[in-house]
Design a protein around this ligand. Structure first.
Ligand code: ADP
Ligand code: MG
Length: 685
């Protein structure tokens, strides 16, 4: 398909190309599949007396007096007051002196923006201005809002997408006609147009359904292929000696829970057995999955084999690596030479690691997807572990499992999914469940509050810090972004430093920071030097700092419940009482109800099913659970039915044409090959 660079579009030069690259869009094809994260629909215009405070309103009103202008060399401010006895609304524009001549006395406009109350007065800053007729025309449309980076606006993305759609020939639909009509799916060209520029809500839902199906379909096709290659193969690396792991278990500072012990026995007997292990370990956040992975690596090493553990973020790779080194040292096993390989490992260091891996000196390696790059050659790779599997795709799993003789495979995930879905999504794996938390844990105390509760929370944070504890504050965004009204890490960190007493050390962390910087911040937080960490969801997966007892989440309404549960899982990992404070940034009652579910339960499985019950399957456009698997638009919970249909469609297709050789599947075969090509795939963190 269309792999031409973005610079082939009018108006996009190298500078803009770089901005697009930051959000993972490198060519026209990727641009078309860069789906909006939300849509702006224009509210019905209201008179002043009906407007809602702290929300976006379109207020219709007449200009009674010419606006006043305050200007100096640097700044110009235009002020206009709308009245409707007894109410007044102050409209303010900065740096827009040209508006003055437009806002003529007597004319009527629609002013759109957030209405706020300040010192008893209602104000709206930088409102958009429309004539009533222009506004009415807009009301029937939905404008796309994209995930952005600084310098890139939704308008720029929309313009680029529109250009591609106008100028490129329509794509041939690769989903076979038969499947489309059976599943009642629209054509790909219609779907791609409507997902960006929906005519109305119904067309949007139609488009979304098709694209979600397509994601499941390709995923499941890849899964079948993986299953075929690996099913019932002989275990080429059988285990004989087991006494070292027994010793390590004895030496642990805690006793394994019953569930951990049971799952460990399953792993051990798999690894001793004749058939290769393919096992998924499902266990809620904090259930203690990591130690089982380490034990399996030690077991492998003791028997002369190599093992690799792949994790989705560098932060987590460092953390696991250090924990593994400590465990080995404590047990006098450093001879196994654990190593760490990530995207930011220096070239010279990488060369050394490749050598040690291929000559077999290094028996254990932990890393990010750098582990599956072609250059990496293993010696006797007997065991492959992926942690936080829900963050990887089936493709990474395939790539790592295809290095040398098929290794034993262990996959770990905290995503609570019902068994019927697990069988579809992890069709090639046996499933073990850790359904018990370590005994020393106190349940996290939760509260859901609005922004007015912030000052109180800050005092609480200070108190916890003074007791030697640590605190996470999560914001949904890295920096301020046009069109999205949510807290960002950059500004929040600055504000928080002013709010908290000066002795407290506050730092920030987000995915766009340089890897070395991220590592340094995480280490300083783990050592307790940083007390308050303001972060995006980069810490969502796997981060383990047991001394952290407070999790404060800003704009909780912007996250899916499963994701909020994972975030909360960062606290309550030690013996101290922990707290999670969800700040709801809007006043939506539905959102409040959903957050209530979290408040009342610390059980991931229950939360996921309650959430689904509450939303029903009608809410197709609300917050995604997010972070689940590799899907950009599909949601395994919400689209569970679609997932089942896709699974049936794949079975039927492969039954009729196992190698996709028929002419009508030519296009599908090509798209699928492209899909499997890891070069085209990046992990969005
Ligand atoms: P997750 O399942 O979320 O990956 P981790 O493996 O990171 O959880 O474990 C969370 C914390 O619990 C770690 O600090 C770990 O050392 C500790 N832990 C694991 N198992 C036990 C246990 N049986 N008893 C007490 N603490 C444990
Ligand atoms: Mg973990």
């Amino acid at each position: 398909m269309n792999t031409e660079p973005l610079t082939s579009l009018k108006g996009i030069g190298e500078k803009t190309e770089k901005l697009f690259a930051k959000v993972g869009v490198h060519n026209l094809q990727q641009l078309l599949h860069y789906y909006p994260r939300d849509y702006d629909s224009y509210e019905s215009p209201v008179p002043l007396r009906e407007c809602k405070i702290d929300e976006k309103n379109a207020v219709i009103g007449r200009v009674h007096h010419s606006p006043s202008v305050k200007a100096n060399q640097k700044n110009s401010v235009i002020l206009l007051e709308l009245y409707e006895q007894p109410l007044r609304l102050q409209l303010i524009w900065f740096h827009m002196p040209f508006l003055r001549s437009m806002l003529k006395k007597g004319s009527v406009f629609v002013f759109r923006g957030k209405v706020q109350e300040r010192n008893g007065r209602l104000v709206m800053e930088q409102p958009e201005i429309f004539t009533p007729a222009a506004y009415e025309a807009l009301q029937s449309t939905m404008q796309p809002i994209y995930g952005l980076t600084k310098g890139l606006t939704s308008k720029m993305v929309a313009k680029a997408v529109a250009q591609v759609q106008e100028n490129c020939a329509p794509a041939r639909d690769y989903l076979p006609e038969e499947i489309r009509s059976e599943q009642n799916l629209c054509d790909i060209n219609y779907a791609l147009t409507q997902i960006h520029f929906p005519k109305d809500r119904d067309s949007l839902l139609t488009a979304r359904r098709r694209l979600a199906f397509e994601e499941f379909f390709l995923f499941l096709l890849a899964l079948r292929q993986l299953k075929e290659h690996t099913e019932d193969t002989v275990n080429a690396f059988p285990i004989q000696a087991v006494w070292k792991t027994e010793e390590v278990i004895e030496n642990l500072p805690y006793q394994l829970t019953g569930a951990q012990m049971r799952v460990w026995n399953e792993i051990e007997s798999d690894m001793k057995g004749h058939t290769r292990m393919s096992r998924l370990i499902q266990g809620d956040v904090g259930s203690g999955k990591t130690i089982l992975a380490f034990l399996a690596m030690i077991l492998s090493a003791q028997n002369g084999y190599q093992s690799a553990m792949m994790v989705p973020t560098e932060v987590l790779a460092h953390q696991h690596y250090e924990a593994l080194c400590r465990l080995l040292e404590e047990n006098h096993l450093s001879e196994y030479q654990p190593m760490l390989l990530t995207g930011s490992t220096k070239a010279s260091e990488k060369k050394k690691i490749y050598e040690q891996l291929s000559n077999g000196n290094c028996r254990m390696i932990i890393g990010t997807h750098a582990l599956i790059q072609e250059k990496v050659q293993y010696h006797r790779l007997a065991l492959v572990i992926t942690d936080e599997q829900h963050r990887f795709g089936v493709r990474q799993r395939t790539a790592l499992a295809s290095k040398g003789d098929p290794p034993n495979v262990l996959v770990m995930s905290a995503t609570p999914i019902p068994r019927t879905l697990a069988i579809i999504l992890y069709g090639d794996l046996d499933i073990s469940v850790i359904d018990e938390l370590p005994k020393n844990r106190l349940p996290v105390k939760n509260c859901v509050v609005d922004v007015s509760y912030r000052p109180k929370t800050y005092r609480f944070i200070e108190k916890q810090a003074s007791l030697g504890r640590q605190i996470y504050v999560i914001c949904p965004m890295v920096e301020e972004s046009e069109g999205l009204d949510a807290e960002n890490v950059t500004d929040y960190t600055r504000k928080l430093k002013e709010e908290l007493s000066p002795g407290i050390s506050v730092a920030m962390l987000h995915g766009q920071m340089k890897p070395a910087m991220k590592k340094e911040i995480m280490e300083r937080f783990a050592s307790g030097e940083i007390q308050v960490l303001v972060s995006t969801t980069v810490i969502e997966v796997g981060v383990n700092v047991p001394n952290a007892t407070v999790m404060m989440i800003e704009n909780a309404e912007r996250f899916g419940l499963a994701q909020l549960h994972q975030l909360r899982g960062r606290v309550g990992r030690g013996t101290e009482q922990s707290y999670c404070i969800f700040i709801q940034g809007n006043k939506d009652k539905e959102v409040a109800k959903r957050l209530e579910i979290l408040k009342n339960s610390n059980d991931g499985f229950l939360i996921a099913s309650e959430d689904l019950k509450l939303r029903g399957s009608g809410d197709l456009l609300g917050t995604r659970q997010s972070g689940e698997m590799e899907f950009a638009i599909a949601d395994i919970y919400r689209d569970a039915d679609l997932l089942k249909s896709a699974s049936e469609a794949v079975s039927k297709l492969l039954f009729m044409d196992p190698e996709l050789e028929k002419e009508e599947h030519y296009e599908l075969k090509r798209v699928f090959a492209d899909y499997l090509n890891l070069e085209n795939f990046e992990i969005g963190l």
